[in-house]
Ligand binder design. Structure first.
Ligand SMILES: Nc1nc2c(c(=O)[nH]1)N=C([C@H](O)[C@H](O)COP(=O)(O)OP(=O)(O)OP(=O)(O)O)CN2
Ligand SMILES: [Zn+2]
Length: 127
């Protein structure tokens, strides 16, 4: 049967931010923190010989990158853009495509970032 396989792996990190460009008094303009989740979602039409889209273990560089670059950071100090969930999702997608994608079979479909259980933002890769 024709179809597509999709896998995802979630990475948690803690970080603080303040959002810029918001109206006076907006709560998110104040310094505050989130327990973030970044989910990497890959897709493939065919599985490899192990029955994988990509071994989840091959996504370990994402953990390392997030730990070194984002975890327990003030995001405004370490990122050159306003640290919204949308911008973080695109940032992680761009990094993944440059540093991880060339070495794996599955293709990056989207990155989803959550600041809280009730909200998320995605960057979808359009090819
Ligand atoms: N589209 C986006 N909207 C907002 C973002 C964002 O990244 N993308 N971020 C924020 C702030 O970071 C804010 O801290 C979170 O907003 P919000 O979910 O509204 O805050 P609460 O935790 O107070 O939400 P409740 O579920 O209502 O308690 C704002 N908007
Ligand atoms: Zn916030």
């Amino acid at each position: 049967m024709a179809g597509r396989f999709r896998i995802g792996k979630r990475f948690r990190f803690e970080a603080a931010h303040r959002l810029t460009g918001l109206p006076e008094g907006h709560q998110c303009a104040r310094l505050h923190g989130h327990s973030y989740t970044a989910e990497i979602i890959l897709a493939a039409e065919q599985l490899d010989g192990r029955g994988f889209v990509t071994d989840f273990g091959d996504l370990a560089p994402v953990r390392t990158f997030i730990d070194e670059r984002l975890d327990h950071q003030l995001l405004n100090e370490v990122l050159p853009f306003s640290p919204t969930s949308e911008n973080l999702a695109r940032f992680l997608a761009e990094w993944f495509i440059e540093h991880v994608a060339p070495g794996i079979r599955g293709r990056l479909e989207r990155v989803r970032v959550s600041e809280a259980a009730s909200s998320w933002a995605e960057f979808e890769v359009i090819r």
